[in-house]
Design a protein around this ligand. Structure first.
Ligand SMILES: Cc1cc2nc3c(=O)[nH]c(=O)nc-3n(C[C@H](O)[C@H](O)[C@H](O)COP(=O)(O)OP(=O)(O)OC[C@H]3O[C@@H](n4cnc5c(N)ncnc54)[C@H](O)[C@@H]3O)c2cc1C
Length: 381
């Protein structure tokens, strides 16, 4: 590709792209990606008085926060679902301390557990004393951002704006979009998933590039979710597959069926399947229709004919098939490598945030948000 041609066309390209026009004079920051990290960063940059524009490749915001509506009478999370922290984390993500934002959450304590192992389904309800989390009551992670973050970003998010390349542009950066548009900006905050960086989905001029080769060490898993509605309930609150020792060991690979209606304001029978792995997942390579058929076959094997008889409908979200996400989340032992070192700010112009930089909260929504807040502090401090 001829980058100079793009630079030469900058004026015309910008004229044709009103959504990308920047204010004259004020410092301008471009955030790449509108997931938890990108939206949180933009929220705090706006609060700090910075002129900010978010460029999102997909036709929607949220990234790995995605809401399913119209399938059941409550909204469901096709990506991130659990709040892996105390509810007060929501206020902290907005820089509001432990403020009660009026978001209703539930104390998520499943009561009935089963394991499916070697063709047998066994109860193991002792787990009810060992597991406890937090979930949203009648909203989703996407809904939280929609209510509390997006209203502050009106006119600042451009969708279908895939960034392809970052080049030097005097004291600033030239942001090249896949459709040929070019935006000149002072600083860039990159929040695309590690998978995209590893696979060269975003290119950098040599002087602006992070340690892309080292980044190859960071595992990025695959994963999918399935939601199914049934006319009757025949499943426990949670069902794990595999031996207790394997399932309860400290591993990144997880597969569980769970009552997705648990504690939610609905009488519907909604079963979720959550599958992620740092290894190959044969189902992740299937079409959605084949994947759903395979899951139904498995349910009939585990629960018998009722699983087919009571089936009303199903939806698959395969994260590996999202072209700008390409998998589930970063996985691995952070003592083996330090993502923060690989993604240090470059030349005071290019900064990084996202779940992989979440430290102890790696691979979570709030971890991504906190990494964004740290980056904003560095950019504005
Ligand atoms: C199945 C699944 C279940 C999960 N469950 C939970 C959970 O229960 N709780 C929890 O806390 N976390 C969970 N997570 C993890 C959580 O979703 C992520 O850690 C978090 O949402 C990531 O936010 P992010 O901003 O770092 O990245 P993303 O949300 O991936 O945002 C990055 C954005 O960059 C955009 N982009 C990519 N390339 C480009 C480009 N070239 N130009 C412009 N834009 C681009 C993408 O489209 C995307 O919108 C789950 C994830 C998955 C996949």
């Amino acid at each position: 590709m001829d980058r100079r041609r793009f630079l030469g066309l900058t004026g015309a390209a910008l004229l044709g792209a009103p959504g990308l026009l920047r204010a004259q004079g004020a410092r301008h920051v471009t955030v790449i990606g509108a997931g938890s990290a990108g939206l949180t960063a933009a929220y705090h940059l706006v609060k700090a008085g910075v002129d900010v524009q978010v460029l999102e490749a997909a036709p929607r915001v949220g990234g790995r926060m995605k809401r399913l509506t119209g399938f059941a009478d409550v909204p469901l999370d096709l990506g991130a679902e659990w709040i892996h922290e105390e509810p007060g984390v929501l206020g902290r993500m907005l820089g509001a301390g432990e403020t009660d934002l009026g978001v209703e959450t539930i104390d998520y304590r499943p009561q009935s557990y089963q394991f499916w192992h070697k063709g047998k389904r066994n109860d193991f309800n002792a787990l009810r004393h060992a597991y406890e989390e937090v979930k949203f009551y009648d909203t989703t992670w996407y809904g939280f951002f929609e209510t509390h973050v997006l209203p502050h970003l009106a006119g600042r998010v451009t969708l279908k704006a895939a960034v392809e390349y970052l080049a030097e542009d005097g004291a600033g950066v030239a942001v090249h979009l896949a459709d040929g548009r070019v935006l000149r900006t002072d600083q860039v905050l990159v929040t695309v998933p590690i998978s995209v960086l590893k696979q060269g989905g975003l290119g950098f001029a040599e002087s602006l590039a992070p340690a892309l080769e080292e980044l190859q060490q960071v595992d990025f898993g695959s994963g999918f979710k399935v939601f199914m509605r049934f006319s009757e309930r025949f499943y426990p609150d949670m069902l794990f597959q595999g031996s207790r020792a394997r399932v309860l060991s400290d591993t990144w690979a997880e597969k569980l069926y769970y009552d997705a209606a648990f504690g939610k304001p609905t009488q519907e029978n909604i079963l979720g399947l959550f599958t992620v792995s740092d290894g190959p997942l044969p189902r992740a390579g299937m079409t959605d229709a084949a994947l759903l058929a395979d899951v139904r076959r498995e349910l009939a094997e585990i629960f018998g004919p009722v699983a087919e008889r009571a089936f009303l409908g199903g939806v698959v979200q395969n994260w590996g098939r999202e072209p700008h996400i390409r998998g589930s989340y970063s996985m691995g032992n952070t003592s083996d490598w330090d993502v923060a070192e690989m993604l240090e700010p470059v030349a005071g112009k290019v900064f990084f945030a996202g779940e992989a930089l979440g430290g102890d909260a790696q691979s979570t929504v709030h971890g991504a948000a906190f990494s964004a807040m740290a980056a904003v502090e560095e950019m504005t401090g």
